[in-house]
Design a protein around this ligand. Structure first.
Ligand code: NDP
Ligand code: DXP
Ligand code: MN
Length: 387
């Protein structure tokens, strides 16, 4: 039987690559739902080409455009945030790939878990914001969350065959981003264009800036805590500029396993959709002679404060990571709008994390409130830091 798939965020970097994966196996996957925030043109093109059952455009002002374009294609069209959350409940859907960016992923992911759908999770912010609630609900509903993020897919792949054995620690590899080796003085002058040039991966703007500021690795540390049920002291990071070793697990006996391959997100996307099977691909293969040296170095957490802030938020528990995530979404947006400097991103994140109240044992409404409060505070600081 074909597996019914919903892709939330089909117009993004992960979403478009997921469509390529699904297209390669027409006898295995049945595309049920695709969604976009505002990019109606691409959503329409994708719908006509891939023929899903349903599309959602979150921006309601684009509804008429999408509905008219898909009128004669027998595709259901909905608009708005609530539609995005509802659409994951469809009976024909087996797996929901959360490929949308930011806090907006939380609500539809929770709804998908309640509807007992398997989750292929790219949207790391969902676990950063509300990992405790999301993993609790997944356990209660018997739902599996399979990681798409390359590092977490690597850890998961290393654990296959070893689920019963104890992890001593994990190492998440980090490319170091475009500013690896920069001093604080050098960072003070970097531009948006430079920050958007990731050395190894082509990704959406938000995660690319997060990679440049090492916040991506910080978010991934928190994501790993929830995915693999680890203590903070079991999660380490190591800079590996080639992005070939995608991450490593060290077991209690001292043995280490690593997962390697060329940097190509189609592989972890596909594995999350096909686990426990591996389907044959024609993706380019790794050639040792192209990489005679794989190197490793310590992350510079003094210069790139965000990494330490993520560890701090993780140790604070409660809603602290939700606060940090909201501050970071605002500061990254402000940087992309060229309102603040690169260094102000971490300064704003730090100030908001230190000032916001931390609600322990949060329920869903506490995350909503925390996200709002932190965003408001962060926007105030953007005005202060305006360059
Ligand atoms: N790109 C990558 O290689 C990797 C990404 N990830 C994670 O995957 C997620 C997606 O990243 P990426 O594909 O790069 O992001 P993109 O910015 O490329 O795509 C984001 C997608 O989400 C949609 N979207 C944006 N905002 C909203 C919103 N408020 N409500 C609903 N939909 C929204 C966008 O729609 P529209 O096009 O209309 O704006 C688009 O479809 C992120 O959480 C990221 O951290 C993890 C590992 C690697
Ligand atoms: C492809 C992927 O998973 C990204 O999260 C990637 O890891 C970003 O690279 P950095 O290691 O530079 O954050
Ligand atoms: Mn990653």
């Amino acid at each position: 039987m074909k597996k019914g798939i919903a892709i939330l965020g089909s117009t993004g970097s992960i979403g478009t690559q997921a469509l390529e994966v699904i297209e390669n196996y027409p006898d295995k996957f049945d595309l049920q739902v695709i969604t976009a925030n505002r990019n109606a043109d691409l959503l329409i093109t994708q719908a006509i080409k891939h023929q899903p059952n349903t599309v959602v455009i979150v921006d309601e002002s684009k509804f008429e455009q999408v509905r008219t374009a898909l009128w004669e294609h027998d595709i259901h069209v909905y608009a708005g945030e609530e539609a995005l959350a509802q659409v994951v409940e469809g009976n024909e859907i087996h797996t929901v790939l959360t490929a949308l960016v930011g806090y907006a992923g939380l609500k539809p992911t929770l709804r998908a878990i309640e509807a007992k759908k398997t989750i292929a999770l790219a949207n790391k912010e969902t676990l950063v914001v509300a990992g405790e609630l999301v993993t609790k609900m997944a356990r209660e509903n018997g739902v599996n969350i399979y990681p798409v993020d390359s590092e977490h897919s690597a850890i998961f792949q290393c654990l296959v065959g070893d689920f019963e054995n104890k992890i001593e620690k994990i190492y998440l590899t980090a490319s170091g981003g475009p500013f690896r080796g920069y001093t604080k003085d050098q960072l003070a002058a970097v531009t948006k264009a430079q920050a958007l040039k990731h050395p190894n991966w082509e990704m959406g703007a938000k995660i690319t800036i997060d990679s440049a500021s090492l916040m991506n690795k910080g978010l991934e540390v928190i994501e790993a805590k929830w995915l693999f049920n680890l203590r903070p002291d079991q999660i380490d990071t190591i800079v590996h500029p080639q992005s070939i070793v995608h991450s490593l697990v060290q077991f209690e006996d001292g043995s280490m396993k690593a997962q390697m391959g060329l940097p190509d997100m189609k592989l972890p996307i596909q594995y999350a959709l096909t686990y426990p099977e591996r389907y044959k691909t024609d993706f380019p293969r790794f050639n040792f002679m192209d990489y005679p040296q794989l190197t490793f170095e310590k992350a510079d957490a003094d210069t790139f404060k965000n990494l330490g802030l993520a560890y701090k938020a993780m140790e604070m528990e409660g809603t602290a990571a939700c606060t940090l995530n909201a501050a970071n979404e605002v500061s990254v947006q402000a940087f992309l709008e060229e309102k603040i400097s690169f260094l102000a991103i971490a300064d704003i994140n730090e100030a908001v994390l230190n000032e916001a109240p931390n609600i322990l044992k949060p329920v869903y409404e506490d995350y909503v409130k925390t996200d709002n409060v932190a965003r408001e505070k962060a926007w105030e600081l953007v005005k202060k830091f305006n360059k």
